[in-house]
Structures are given as structure tokens and as C-alpha cells.
Design a protein around this ligand. Structure first.
Ligand code: SF4
Length: 495
């Protein structure tokens, strides 16, 4: 059995989106009114193209091209304001992803914050998340981010082993990644996350653990572990054709060892990929010891403050996800407004990305929704199940009934099979759920410990969680599968 079929980070996949007509942003004003909306800005530029990348990003852009892109984003902001202002929309979280957002120079980065704040309204305690890469992480930009109140920084490290980084075609060295992570952590952001990849050809359990040990010793709050996928259009596709081999069984062994290591180091597992550092007394002491070792007084102070803040946040937050409102700016980002999901057409290859970028920068009317999907009730249920089941604390059966008026186990007999197979359990309450709500997205968001458990929870076992990329795709509807297959055929997907 190959455990790595598909990463279900959202549903439906963008390849199931199709052209839309007759829909405008103003038609969604009801869903956009008031506080609690999410905002996403996509910066589609990278220094080099990683061999596994199937994200919307292009290389080779200079200052002028990036300015032109930001000009288009500002036009989009200005047009969006005409709908959002009367609706009283307020954003509670803002994510800047890519691409590599920190490839923008400091002036351009500052412009991003200045223009979003001047056109949109944010909640006072909004969170701001940004992605970065080691080569683009420098003191000047981190100071700017700190000054702008960024709450979470996520860095794509992938490995500290140069041979593995070369195989992945990452543009940085292990040494550079180590320096960048140290520098990033010295700024005391509320949350620093480091991404790693396993299943890299030539990687061993030992080399993966060495990378993770180095990262853990520096003290990031979160670590994400991604299996290596090489999808259609990714640079490594050619190597695969020329004999490079991905070995899912080996990758799975690496993953199991890595999970065990991270848990032994005091990390809580929230999904197949996400590991969050627990703030137990033991791990606190080891974090403090690491801080005291050989760091400047200012750096020690920043890290201590970060640890103290974290102490009250060691429990897993719960939020009902999958139906939040989130608006995307730029080319390649995705908006979720009620049952309408929309974005620019999905593109992976350089040629396709450049074509979409050109079309975006020349868009006259950003408020016309021209590409996406309107989810039927059936698809909304599937989305709900996928978005809750693959992430702990899991799915609240009573809440599902309240939302849809139906019984989940009757509607999804597959889930009963998973219970029999030991991938899923039905239990009376979730594990390790805190009182702090994590998602700022507009939605019902509560502490379930204060809520009467009506029918219990469906929670993936550790075995089930480790097979999320195998189990999750089984929840895709036939209609969506057919649309995805149609896109793949049209775009020549071979794997
Ligand atoms: S994986 Fe990330 S850093 Fe690498 S090319 Fe893609 S978007 Fe850029």
C-alpha cells in the first residue's frame, strides 16, 4: 500500500475548479460582513524553483516585475474596498505566502503592510503569518516584520544535509539554513515553524533525525514534516523519468521514526504533518537551558518572553474549520466565501504561471469572480469531514448533526470501516483541547470542554493519522475525482 496518494490540505482541489460567470464579490457581501475574516496575500516569486514545487511561483523576477505585481495587488485592494467597506469587513488574520514573500526588498515588504492596512480594516489583536526561506531571511527584514507585529514565521528548511538539499534543488545550503533559523528564533516571534521533507532519494532515517535534532535543539515552536511528492509539472519529474525512484515504504519508516523522535522531545502531533511543542515543565527547562547557552542578553530576553507567552498556550486549540471566510489577494491565492471557492486558474509550469501572472496584472475588474467552484451541500459535508477528521482534535459528531441535520456515520459508512480497521476511534471527548481558539476565521469557534458532548468525537488513531494521505483521498466525491482527472488528462499528468 502506498501511504502517499494525495495531500488533502483543502477540498476540493483547485484542479476541480472551472470558469464561472455572473458572480461578483458584492454577491457575497453577507458572508463578508463584520469581524473574523481571514486574508491571504500570495507573493509568487522565488529565487530558484525547487524540484518538487507544484505551487504558483516563478523565478527571475527583478525589482521592477515585483513592483508591477504590487501595483496590481493595490488595484485589487482598492476595488475590494468598495465592497468590503460597506459590509464592515474586519480581518482577524493575515497570511502572506508564496512563493517566497521575503524575496521582496524591505521597501516592498513595508509597502505590503502599509497598503493592506490603508485599504482594509483589521481586528486589533489580528495575527499575521509570513513564509520565508533561509536565503531571504536577514536581520533587516526580520526587524521590519517584528516592527509590523508579525506573529508567526514559517521557514522552509527541508533538510540540513547538503546532498539532500541538492536533490531537492533547494537554493540554500545546510549551513545557511542553520544560521537563518538561529537568527529568526533570536527575534522572539510568538511562533516560529520549520518545514522538513522526508522520503528524499538517498535520505536515511539517521540523516532525517540529524536534521530534526538540530532544529529541535534551537527551539522552534512548531515543526512540519512533509513527504516528498513529485507531481506533474514539478522539476524532478524528469529525474523520475530518468530513473530516480521514490520509495514510499522507506519514507513511511522515516516518518514513523521522526514522529517518535518529535514526541519524545515534547511535541504534540496535531496532524500527519504538524507537530507543536508542548510547554511541559521538562521541555521548558531544556528550552531555557538552550537559551542561556551562548546567546546575547537581548536574544535571551526575547526567547524567554516567547517561552513565557507559550506556557499558557500548550493545549491544542479547537476551531470549527472549513467554513470560514478567507479572501485572497494576488495571483495564485484562493478565496473561500461561504460555499463559493475561487482563485486564478491552477498553474504549475513556468509557462502557465507566467501566463496567469500576466492575466492577473492586466485584470480590469478584480471583483468579477471568474474561476472557482460553488460547493453543493454534499460537497460541503465532504469538506467538513476532511477538514476536521485529518486534524486533531477531530470531528465533533453532535456539531456535524447541528450543522447538517444528519448522522455522519450513516452518511459516511467508510468511517465505520475505518473504525473497524483501527484507523479511527469514537470517543466521548477530544484529547488535549485548550480554551484558546486558534483560528481567527469567521466561524463558530468554542471550547468544546465547556460544551455538552452530545454524541462524542471521531478521532484518527496514530495509525490513521500517519495514513492521512491514503485515507483522506477516499473521501473525495466521484464528481470531484472526475473533474480532477479531466484536468490531469488535459495537462498531461503522468504520475
Ligand atoms: S517550494 Fe516554496 S521556495 Fe521552493 S520554489 Fe516552490 S514556492 Fe518557492
Amino acid at each position: 500500500m502506498n501511504p502517499y496518494i494525495q495531500y488533502m490540505y483543502s477540498y476540493p482541489h483547485k484542479t476541480a475548479y472551472r470558469p464561472l460567470t455572473g458572480i461578483r464579490l458584492a454577491d457575497c457581501a453577507g458572508s463578508l460582513s463584520g469581524p473574523g475574516c481571514g486574508l491571504y496575500l500570495h507573493i509568487p516569486f522565488c529565487q530558484t524553483k525547487c524540484g518538487y514545487c507544484n505551487l504558483f511561483s516563478v523565478t527571475g523576477a527583478g525589482t521592477e516585475e515585483m513592483e508591477r505585481y504590487l501595483d496590481a495587488v493595490e488595484r485589487q485592494l482598492s476595488q475590494y474596498r468598495r465592497t468590503l467597506e460597506p459590509a464592515g469587513t474586519r480581518f482577524s488574520d493575515f497570511t502572506i505566502g508564496g512563493g517566497t514573500p521575503l524575496l521582496l526588498n524591505a521597501g516592498q515588504l513595508d509597502r505590503v503592510f502599509a497598503m493592506t492596512e490603508s485599504y482594509l480594516h483589521f481586528d486589533e489583536n489580528r495575527s499575521i503569518v509570513i513564509e520565508t526561506a533561509p536565503n531571504q531571511t536577514d536581520r533587516e527584514k526580520l526587524q521590519l516584520l517584528k516592527g509590523r507585529g508579525i506573529t508567526r514565521v514559517s521557514m522552509g528548511i527541508q533538510s540540513f544535509c547538503d546532498r539532500e538539499l541538492e536533490t531537492l534543488r533547494r537554493g540554500h545550503s545546510g549551513k545557511k539554513a542553520l544560521e537563518a533559523l538561529e537568527l529568526l528564533l533570536s527575534f522572539g516571534f510568538d511562533c516560529v515553524n520549520a518545514d522538513f521533507i522526508y522520503g528524499i532519494p538517498g535520505q536515511t532515517i539517521q540523516s532525517l533525525l540529524e536534521s530534526l535534532e538540530r532544529a529541535v535543539s534551537l527551539g522552534p515552536q512548531e515543526i512540519f514534516l512533509y513527504p516528498l511528492y513529485v507531481k506533474h509539472g514539478a522539476g524532478l519529474e524528469r529525474e523520475l523519468r530518468d530513473g530516480m525512484v521514490l520509495e514510499p515504504e522507506k519514507a513511511f519508516e522515516q516518518y514513523r521514526e521522526a514522529c517518535g523522535f518529535l514526541k519524545s522531545e515534547g511535541f504534540r502531533q496535531d496532524s500527519m504533518r504538524r507537530f507543536v511543542r508542548r510547554k511541559s515543565e521538562g521541555s521548558w527547562q531544556s528550552s531555557i537551558a538552550q537559551i542561556v547557552r551562548g546567546k546575547s542578553a537581548a536574544s535571551q530576553q526575547a526567547s524567554m518572553e516567547q517561552i513565557i507567552r507559550g506556557k499558557s498556550e500548550h493545549l491544542r486549540p479547537f476551531s470549527e474549520c472549513g467554513f470560514g471566510t478567507s479572501l485572497a489577494l494576488g495571483c495564485g491565492g484562493r478565496s473561500y466565501v461561504g460555499n463559493l471557492h475561487f482563485c486564478t486558474p491552477y498553474a504549475i509550469t513556468r509557462q502557465d504561471c507566467l501566463r496567469e501572472l500576466y492575466a492577473y496584472e492586466n485584470t480590469q475588474d478584480f471583483t468579477a469572480v471568474t474561476h472557482g467552484i460553488v460547493l453543493s451541500r454534499e460537497e460541503q459535508k465532504r469538506r467538513y469531514v476532511i477538514r476536521h477528521l485529518l486534524i486533531r482534535p477531530g470531528l465533533d459528531i453532535g456539531r456535524y448533526r447541528e450543522r447538517f441535520g444528519t448522522e455522519i456515520l450513516k452518511e459516511f459508512p467508510l468511517l465505520s470501516e475505518w473504525i473497524e480497521e483501527g484507523y479511527l476511534v469514537q470517543q466521548s471527548s477530544p484529547d488535549e483541547v485548550g480554551t484558546n481558539c486558534g483560528s481567527g476565521l469567521r466561524d463558530v469557534c468554542c471550547n468544546p470542554a465547556q460544551r455538552k458532548a452530545e454524541s462524542g468525537w471521531l478521532v484518527l488513531t496514530d495509525d490513521g493519522l500517519s495514513l492521512s494521505d491514503y485515507l483522506g483521498p477516499q473521501l473525495i466525491s466521484r464528481e470531484i475525482s472526475e473533474k480532477m482527472a479531466e484536468w490531469e488528462t488535459a495537462h498531461g499528468q503522468t504520475n
